[in-house]
Design a binder for this molecule. Structure first.
Ligand code: NAX
Length: 327
């Protein structure tokens, strides 16, 4: 067995937390040879429900689960964290403007970034799930100056998986036949699912689908899938979001399979014209515990326009949180 890994989950009492913790504790995220120590961070009102979830985790008798600590204090919650999953966030309530939303979340992600900076393990890897995920990740990252910036990421893996599934259904294949799909930009309605480098069973996707399907069906279906789930289920995506978080961290820590890439929002190094420092989704591979942006992909006009629009939204969000003094 390997050394135990400390995993902090915020928003542990929420619906994603409930779908996520059992997967982590069972070994599906870090591997069947890696013991896990869970630290659950909630707000005071969420602590009792988190204790209930911890009772159920106990009752699973997971051989890999070494301990569970529950707290409403970020300095305790992130103590020694090797992996931090920032799921808890402030949702948009009726009548809330975007500025109010960014400000409310700044109140969460600034102190959490500071706490990660102060008490997390040196190798801490952070995945922000709570929305607006990219900008929340940016806020946390900016308040953790001692942590390498590339350790802060935001989740677009659910969008990636949604795109895989839509494309598999359209082409009558399995998701494992599809390679080379990318989500670019923000985890929001402006995200751009790009199939121009994708293949299905080795055939270019562009030979199999037409542009009308891309613009009128595929792109909007992927971008609006969250709303469609709420409409159908009466609640937002939870198990699929938890699954995507497991996929993201597993690939980050254990590496992406040879010859394939996935999507993750990581700190831009200026690649593909995305301003340096923004946390934007890219085509990425992972090796040795570090993400790398897939380089050299040709970006045509169709893609350029859409990547630029989503990246512009990220720049606006960054400017807005700057004006609010959050970064
Ligand atoms: P829930 O409302 O069920 O749970 C959120 C939990 O976070 C609650 O238990 C709450 O008490 C806790 N919380 C709030 N502030 C906290 C803080 N400062 N510290 C610790 N815990 C805190 O939401 P859920 O459905 O679990 O969704 C969580 C977040 O994921 C939301 O922001 C949601 O928008 C976002 N999502 C992101 C996705 C992505 O692909 N990036 C997809 C799924 C999901 O919509």
């Amino acid at each position: 067995q390997k050394a135990p890994v400390t995993v902090t989950v915020t928003g542990a009492a929420g619906q994603i937390g409930y779908a996520l913790l059992f997967r982590i504790a069972s070994g599906q995220m870090l591997g069947a040879d890696t013991p896990v120590r869970l630290r659950l961070l909630e707000i005071p009102q969420g602590v009792k429900a988190a204790e209930g979830t911890a009772m159920e985790l106990d009752d699973c008798a997971f051989p890999l689960l070494q301990s569970i600590d529950i707290t409403d204090d970020a300095r305790v919650g992130f103590e020694g964290a090797n992996v931090a999953l920032l799921v808890g966030a402030r949702p948009r309530s009726a009548g809330m403007e975007r500025g109010d939303l960014l400000e409310a979340n700044g109140g969460i992600f600034k102190p959490q970034g500071e706490a990660i900076n102060a008490v997390a393990a040196d190798d801490v890897r952070v995945l922000v799930v709570g929305n607006p995920a990219n900008t929340n990740a940016l806020i946390a990252q900016q308040h953790a100056p001692d942590v390498p910036a590339e350790r802060f990421t935001a989740m677009t893996r659910l969008d990636h998986n949604r795109a895989l599934s839509q494309l598999a259904q359209k082409t009558g294949t399995g998701v494992s036949e599809i390679q080379g799909l990318t989500i670019w930009g923000n985890h929001s309605a402006t995200q751009y699912p790009d199939v121009f480098h994708a293949t299905v069973a080795g055939k270019p996707v562009t030979d199999l689908v037409d542009e009308a399907w891309l613009t009128s069906t595929f792109i909007p279906t992927v971008a609006k899938r969250g709303a469609a789930i709420i409409e159908a289920r009466g609640a937002s995506s939870a198990a699929s979001a938890a699954n995507a978080a497991v996929d993201h961290v597993r690939d980050w820590v254990l590496g992406t399979p040879e010859g394939s890439w996935t999507s993750a929002a990581i700190v831009s190094d200026g690649s593909y014209g995305v301003p340096e420092g923004l946390i934007s989704s890219f085509p990425v591979t992972s090796a040795g515990g570090a993400w790398e942006i897939v380089q050299g992909l040709e970006v045509g006009d169709f893609s350029r326009e859409r990547i630029d629009a989503s990246v512009a939204e990220l720049s606006e969000e960054r400017d807005a949180v700057r004006e609010l003094g959050l970064i």
